[in-house]
Design a protein around this ligand. Structure first.
Ligand SMILES: [Zn+2]
Length: 199
């Protein structure tokens, strides 16, 4: 699986309200393999742009429609609050939309290691690095809060809680040095710029 990044939908996928610059809205991942109801409101274009997430599909909703989903107890795999970005490109580590996409794509790769026999070790290492730097970025942006450290199989893990939710997210500390970290940050800038090249 390659990393694919899309800009958030320009409008609420439920009521078609067009998001204003800096408006808060919700992004959620619906497991389309398990639940078809969420996918019906998503266009083919949106499906293609999110193809990297395989069984998961991103649904962007305005806060009003989100409240209605909660009342209807619609189940999502994961969700987070977004803010419609200003028109100019932000640095990757300050771009919430980009950081969340990177974080979940890296985690999806790591969660599927057992079932993906062909995955190469350097892909795994890259996904661990991406999950880690995006989590640190999200922590700086107050989306995640560091709750604890855990040791397991001779590795150290950071346990985060997601702000405003009870979600606990465990991220391996890949113990990278400063040089690797700055190379990773360069790579992040390139990945994040992809979204603006394709528009
Ligand atoms: Zn709406």
């Amino acid at each position: 699986m390659d990393y694919k990044f899309s800009t958030a939908s320009k409008f609420c996928m439920k009521c078609k309200h067009v998001f204003n610059e800096l408006e808060f809205f919700m992004s959620a991942l619906a497991n389309v393999a398990a639940d078809d109801s969420a996918s019906q409101t998503v266009s083919e274009d949106e499906k293609n742009s999110n193809a990297g997430l395989s069984d998961y599909q991103r649904v962007d909703s305005c806060l009003e429609c989100w409240e209605k989903d909660i009342e209807k107890e619609i189940k999502y795999f994961s969700w987070w609050q977004m803010q419609k970005a200003p028109k100019k490109k932000l640095p990757a580590l300050k771009d919430l939309e980009f950081l969340w996409q990177l974080f979940y794509q890296a985690r999806t790769i790591l969660e599927n290691i057992d079932t993906d026999a062909d995955i190469e070790n350097d892909k795994i290492a890259e996904a661990e690095n991406f999950a880690y730097v995006s989590a640190l970025g999200l922590m700086r942006m107050r989306q995640l809060k560091l709750a604890s450290y855990e040791n397991e199989d001779e590795s150290e893990f950071l346990v985060f809680t997601q702000t405003g939710t009870k979600n606990r997210l465990k991220v391996k500390d890949p113990k990278i040095n400063a040089e690797t970290l700055s190379k990773l940050e360069e790579k992040l800038e390139k990945l994040s710029a992809q979204r603006f090249d394709t528009q």
